[in-house]
Design a protein around this ligand. Structure first.
Ligand code: BG6
Length: 487
């Protein structure tokens, strides 16, 4: 299929880490696949420290090519990809430089996409400079996270950007929404009559959502130390996943129907009172440890991190949703760096049978459970009890598996590729609307404030473990445990 939606994709922060690892490789994948990008579509990179197009293409060759999937790399596709790329040298601190950008793109056909892969402090100046040279029409703007540091700063950015671009021109990216399995969660819930009747307090005992990373803060110590896991992962990715798990069925998949339902969940989150924070929120920071046989240093000794830092690299929360569907069901959210494994998954624990005619083993944990593994190895696994072969009625937990890479052998798309195509084609459903973002900040902020006011340091955990013991104790109070603790 050949698309005729022409576009000019302007990439601010053209030599940044995100452009190198994610954005340009994703655009290349879309280019290589054929038919996804109009032939006339151009990529215009903007950077300050590069002399000209030749030097930029050399940089792309050296730095971006290693991040492109080897499967997709053929030299003629790579050469035709480079031919799409133009370059404009701009000092983002000098609004007058934007006339060069205007001259370079004003006669190009199709929609203009401005991708701000820069720090948030540059979002507003870039928007003003674009408006000053008349580039804010026939345009979409993509804002990377973090969008602000708290509700006030995020509102300040949204207000300022909103004076220049209308809400339907603004694409706030949360790359978790672009992941294939998150899309599948919508398909599972709203494409099958099987799960929906069970998806409620009467049948669900608790839900866990985990995003665990083995990686530390890498080269981003400075940024991370001013951010922490609550802002970096919970305010956005985890709350977005939660809202998709818990939302009511939308009446259609159009962007506002889906986003309206997610917003309702975010607004129904039970506020966490300062006095109960110790019971429902755990913050941790990694110390040195060993991950897969390799010793790794403590967070406080990472480059860019203050030695006495009290920034959290781990968060576990008990969250409740105050509505008829979910009242009283605990949602346990957890994320952390330098944990024992890299895994993102959603665990739905259904209630045990009300009376066991089959003996006590029918009440055992480990059955009545749906595990949606987002990464790695995307699978949906339904655990049930079955009779063990042989004499007697002995039950064992067994599972039904749907492994997506075996079922659909090809066609998997990286999150950034899907989201960039959505921006180019004007599909907003997978982008965060301003009111969703505000609701998420509003809920998260009292936790941040309380942590800051209490001056209590985060609880230590050794790298390569599953975080502080307090995170397990929190679940034990509800008679449950994290999934990996059962095995
Ligand atoms: C980013 C965070 O949004 O998500 C990073 O800023 C984190 O700290 C990353 O490592 C995780 O994304 P993924 O897709 O690798 O799970």
């Amino acid at each position: 299929m050949q698309t005729d939606s022409s576009f000019t994709f302007v990439l601010f922060g053209g030599t940044g880490d995100l452009s190198m690892r994610k954005i340009l490789p994703a655009l290349f994948e879309a280019h290589r696949a054929g038919g996804m990008l109009a032939d006339s579509g151009k990529i215009v990179a903007v950077a300050r420290h590069v002399a000209d197009r030749g030097e930029y293409l050399q940089w792309v060759d050296e730095h971006v090519k290693p991040h492109v999937s080897k499967k997709g790399l053929d030299e003629s596709a790579w050469a035709s990809f480079l031919a799409r790329i133009e370059f404009v040298k701009i000092d983002l601190g000098k609004p007058e430089d934007f006339t060069q950008l205007r001259d370079a793109i004003q006669d190009l056909p199709g929609i203009r996409v401005f991708y701000l892969a820069t720090g948030p402090s540059l979002f507003v100046p870039i928007c003003h400079a674009l408006a000053a040279v008349g580039l804010n029409t026939n345009a979409r703007i993509v804002l990377e996270k973090p969008l602000g540091y708290d509700l006030k700063s995020s509102n300040a950015i949204n207000d300022a950007v909103g004076e220049i671009f209308a809400e339907e021109q603004i694409y706030r990216i949360d790359h978790y929404l672009g992941k294939e399995p998150v899309q599948n969660l919508l398909a599972l819930r709203f494409g099958n009559a099987l799960f929906e009747p069970l998806w409620r307090r009467e049948w669900v005992e608790s839900i866990q959502i985990t995003i665990a990373e083995e990686l530390g803060v890498e080269a981003r110590g400075d940024f991370y130390d001013n951010t922490g896991a609550l802002r970096d992962m919970v305010q956005n990715h985890l709350l977005q996943l939660l809202s998709i798990v818990a939302m009511e069925p939308p009446h259609s998949m159009d962007s506002d129907s889906v986003r309206d339902e997610k917003l309702r969940v975010l607004r129904a989150l039970k506020p966490i009172e300062p006095l109960e924070i110790g019971k429902v929120a755990v913050r941790g920071q990694y110390h040195s440890g060993v991950i897969r046989g390799t010793a790794v240093p403590a967070y406080a000794t990472e480059h860019g991190v203050k030695p006495d830092s009290s920034t959290e690299t781990f968060v576990a929360l008990k969250v409740e949703i105050e509505n008829w569907r979910w009242a009283g069901v605990p949602f346990f959210l957890r994320t952390g760096k330098r944990l024992a494994d890299r895994v993102a998954e959603i665990v739905v624990n259904f209630r045990p049978v009300p009376h066991s005619a089959l003996g006590a083993s029918a009440l055992r944990a480990g059955a009545n459970r749906l595990v949606i593994r987002l990464q790695p190895n995307e699978t949906i696994r339904l655990y049930c009890l079955a009779k063990q072969p042989g004499e007697g009625m002995n039950l064992a937990s067994v599972h039904l598996d749907l492994a997506f890479d075996q079922f659909f052998r090809e066609g998997q798309m990286e999150a950034y590729q899907r989201l960039l195509l959505d921006v180019i084609h004007g599909r907003l459903a997978l982008f965060v609307r301003r009111d969703e973002q505000e609701a998420a900040w509003r809920w998260v902020e009292p936790i941040l404030n309380e942590w800051q006011a209490s001056h209590k340091p985060p609880k230590p955990y050794a790298a390569g473990t599953w975080g502080p013991a307090a995170a397990s104790a929190m679940l034990a109070q509800h008679g449950t445990c994290w999934l990996e603790e059962e095995n």
